[in-house]
Structures are given as structure tokens and as C-alpha cells.
Design a protein around this ligand. Structure first.
Ligand code: URP
Ligand code: ZN
Ligand code: ZN
Length: 460
């Protein structure tokens, strides 16, 4: 099967140029201007960008959490991702305490296989690491699970102590893994949460008021210090505030391999969302929480200046009815997380490129190329080059879309961005050479997504 994309403007992390793309089966075969070649199918990209498919390095599909399960599974979540131009995601396989890391991987492979409509990989969440289990990290790295997430928050559930973090980082320094860190001071937050509840402060906004930015800044600094001691790189996930960004800035200025991602919610939403009437604020209960509005511009600047390297979604949807409502009368029981897998590319294009904060190339870098490099998938993913997977998006920079639960494809009963109009939208999406989105319809098949064995960390 040969597909020719004609008349588009190729946009990569480094170049913008007019060219046609010939795809042979699953790979990019030829790039060139005015290609005169035979093809089974021709897609016209006049007036459109042709970009590498988006790579979302942080999603939680079919995840048991907060007494319930995230509402998108690997079928609904990957289809929603595809609508938004994301063709690869990296989800999290969670180690149950006392169980082998391998079991987590097998469990999540079972959730994804036969369902995923786009390619996928896994990070492994480590909740328990006695010395006897350390070699299990190496085993997973050999299987292509080359990154691990650890939590400095959620005591009694996911949190691990500094000794465990240091052990994991030290092993990563040897086996080439990248440690992803949820950086918040969980011990102090736990005290604040208990105090608030004892004072009868139960509304959703207290989720934010008991998780101050200093708790995120402190843990980020500590995580970087532990990584420096271990001689390992570190990747801070879902950064929400300037306090934490400051720690990454300082580390990078000293030449340390410290990286961080932020998410659209921290760039577009703010603490004000928790002040919505009634229980509405529960829609925005996520961790770290939304911050006072001024942090947004610091994060945008961080993205522009490469203080932050990646935008992912932390897609972790829970329906407002029945799931978020588990926390009515006690904010600490609201399942933490929000939906977003579908709109990352449009939101970051709209706010970043249309908002004159960075170039169209930086947008591609943040949403596709940099995560592909950091997580061992480049140049198979995140590139438009001969031999790369033909994961491509024909993106209309002028199309306007209004985000709404009425029109989105995520299996969740609200949108965190209800009514927001964005400019820039994917029109045609190809996954390994097959068109999976066109004319506003999903035309791929669940189960066509493949597990991706990733290479070890080799910098950015
Ligand atoms: O609120 C969030 N972020 N839920 C997902 C779990 C996590 O910490 O990433
Ligand atoms: Zn987290
Ligand atoms: Zn997450």
C-alpha cells in the first residue's frame, strides 16, 4: 500500500518546508517536492501542515485509582487521542505493593492489547523496592520498559521514601532507565489535609489549598538532589507552578540532566476553577492542583526557553456523576485526575503558536519529538524522515474548534475546557501508514495499536 501526501508544508522540530511524502506500507519512503510517483491513495494537504504524530508521554487509561477506575480504557482513550492527532502514548503500569514489577507490565499489556487503536508503551510505577527486586528493573528495561515513575506524594498508596527513590535512581544510572517523578511533599500535605477536614473544610477547593506550591517546589528540589547524588537523569512529571520550575531552571543552568513536562491544564486553567459554584470544582481536582493564574505565563515561558521540554496530558478521566461525586462532603475522596488526551495538540498550538509564545517547530518538538527522544522512541516516532513510522497528522492551522463534552470523544461526561474556542485542528491522522481519522470520523480499528519496545535513555 502506497499513500502520497501532496502539497503540504512539512513541519518538524527543526524545519518548515513544502514537500510531498510518499508512504510505503508503514514507513515514510520518500520526501520531495512535486513527487511524481504512483500511489494507491493521494491525500491533498494544500494549506495544511504535515507533522509527526503527537506523542503523549503521560496517560492513565483503565487505571484503578481513588476507589474507582479511570473512565477511558485503551479503546476509548486511544481513539480519543487519535482524534486529537496523538498517535503514540506512554501509559503507566502500576506495581501492586509486594508484587513483581513484571506482573504490573503483564497486567497493563493485557489491558491494552486487542484494544489500543494507536501504538503504546509503558512506564512502570514502582511502589515497593526491596533490594531483592532491584534486578527486576533491569528485566523490564530489557523488555523495552525503560522508564519508571515514583511518587513523593499519596502516602499509604503510592508514595515511596527517599531511600527507595535513591535506590531506583542509582539503578537507573546503571541500566539506562529514566526516572519520572511525581514531586510533591506528601507527608506535609497529609498533615494539611487532615487539619482541613478536622476544621470542616470539605469543599473541592481545599484539595488545592492543602497542596501548596512550596510542597511541589521542595519535592522537585529534593528529587533533583537525589538524582544528582545517584548520577542519574530525572524527569519531573506534570509540573504546575513556578516554585518547581525554578528548581529545574537552576539544575539545568548547572548542566544537570533534569527535564520536566507540564500539561495543558496548568497552562489554561487556574485556581479560580475551584471557586465554581456547588461541587463543580471537583471537575478540576487533580494532583498537583491548578494554581493561581500568574503561574501559567511562567510555564509558557519555560516551554519557550527549554526549561520545560515536554507537554503531555496526564489524562486521568473520572465522570463527574458517580465518580467525582465519591468525594461529596470530603474533598480528599474525590478521585484525582482530569481528561485531556484529545486536545493537547490543538491547545498547545492555539496558546503557544497562535499566542506568539513559540514557533510551530517548538510546538512539534514539545508535543512529539522531545518525548520521543527522551523516552527512547526516536527516530521511529517523533520524526518525518525516510524510514520513520508513517505516523503523520495533516493539521489545519486555520480550523476553529469549540471544545465541549457534547462533541469530544473521551468517555467522560464533562470537558475541563467547556466552550473554549481554539484555532488549529487535526484533519487527517495516519498511524503507521493507515488513515485512522478523516472527515471527522475514526476509520481505524481497535487493536491495531502495537506495543513499542523502547530504547534506553540517551539524552535529548
Ligand atoms: O491527579 C492526577 N494527576 N491523577 C493521576 C495520577 C498522577 O499523579 O499522575
Ligand atoms: Zn503523578
Ligand atoms: Zn499522572
Amino acid at each position: 500500500m502506497r499513500t502520497l501526501i501532496k502539497n503540504g508544508t512539512i513541519v518538524t522540530a527543526v524545519d518548515t518546508y513544502p514537500a510531498d511524502v510518499l508512504i510505503a506500507d508503514e514507513k515514510i519512503a520518500v520526501l520531495g517536492k512535486g513527487l511524481e510517483v504512483k500511489a494507491d491513495r493521494i491525500l491533498d494537504a494544500t494549506g495544511r501542515y504535515v507533522i509527526p504524530g503527537g506523542l503523549d508521554a503521560h496517560t492513565h487509561l483503565d487505571m484503578p485509582f481513588g476507589g474507582t477506575i479511570s473512565s477511558d480504557d485503551f479503546q476509548t482513550g486511544t481513539i480519543a487521542a487519535a482524534y486529537g492527532g496523538t498517535t503514540t502514548l506512554i501509559d503507566f503500569a502500576i506495581q501492586a505493593k509486594g508484587e513483581p514489577l513484571r506482573k504490573a507490565f503483564d497486567t497493563w499489556m493485557g489491558k491494552a492489547s486487542g484494544k489500543a487503536a494507536i501504538d503504546y508503551a509503558f512506564h512502570c510505577i514502582v511502589t515497593d523496592l526491596p533490594d531483592s527486586r532491584i534486578p527486576e528493573m533491569d528485566e523490564l528495561v530489557r523488555e523495552g520498559v525503560t522508564s519508571f515513575k515514583l511518587f513523593m506524594a499519596y502516602p499509604g498508596v503510592l508514595m515511596v521514601d527517599d531511600g527507595t527513590i535513591f535506590k531506583a535512581l542509582s539503578q537507573a544510572a546503571k541500566n539506562g532507565a529514566l526516572i519520572c517523578m511525581h514531586a510533591e511533599n506528601g507527608g506535609a500535605i497529609d498533615v494539611l489535609v487532615k487539619r482541613a477536614l478536622a476544621e470542616g473544610k470539605t469543599a473541592p477547593k481545599y484539595h488545592a489549598l492543602t497542596r501548596p506550591t512550596t510542597a511541589e517546589g521542595e519535592a522537585t528540589g529534593r528529587a533533583i538532589a537525589l538524582a544528582e547524588m545517584a548520577g542519574a537523569p530525572i524527569y519531573i512529571v506534570h509540573m504546575s507552578c513556578n516554585d518547581a520550575l525554578q528548581k529545574v531552571r537552576e539544575a539545568r543552568d548547572r548542566g544537570l540532566p533534569a527535564y520536566a513536562e507540564t500539561c495543558p491544564q496548568y497552562l489554561f486553567l487556574s485556581y479560580d476553577n475551584y471557586e465554581a459554584p456547588g461541587f463543580e470544582g471537583a471537575k478540576y481536582v487533580m494532583t498537583p492542583p491548578l494554581r493561581p493564574r500568574w503561574h501559567q505565563e511562567e510555564l509558557w515561558k519555560g516551554l519557550a526557553k527549554d526549561q520545560l521540554q515536554v507537554v503531555s496530558t496526564d489524562h486521568c478521566p473520572f465522570c463527574f456523576k458517580e465518580q467525582k461525586e465519591l468525594g461529596k462532603g470530603d474533598f480528599s475522596k474525590i478521585p484525582n485526575g482530569a481528561p485531556g488526551i484529545e486536545h493537547r495538540l490543538s491547545l498547545i498550538y492555539h496558546g503557544g503558536v497562535r499566542g506568539s509564545r513559540f514557533s510551530v517547530n517548538r510546538w512539534v518538538e514539545l508535543c512529539s519529538t522531545a518525548p520521543a527522544k527522551l523516552f527512547g522512541l526516536y527516530p521511529r516516532k517523533g520524526a518525518i524522515a525516510v524510514g520513520s513510522d508513517a505516523d503523520l497528522v495533516i493539521f489545519n492551522p486555520n480550523a476553529k474548534a469549540t471544545l465541549s463534552a457534547r462533541t469530544h470523544h473521551m468517555r467522560v461526561d464533562y470537558s475541563a475546557y467547556e466552550g473554549l474556542e481554539v484555532q488549529g485542528a487535526p484533519e487527517v491522522v495516519l498511524s503507521r501508514g493507515r488513515v485512522i481519522i478523516e472527515n471527522g470520523e475514526f476509520v481505524g480499528k481497535p487493536g491495531q495499536g502495537r506495543f513499542l519496545k523502547r530504547a534506553t535513555y540517551s539524552g535529548l
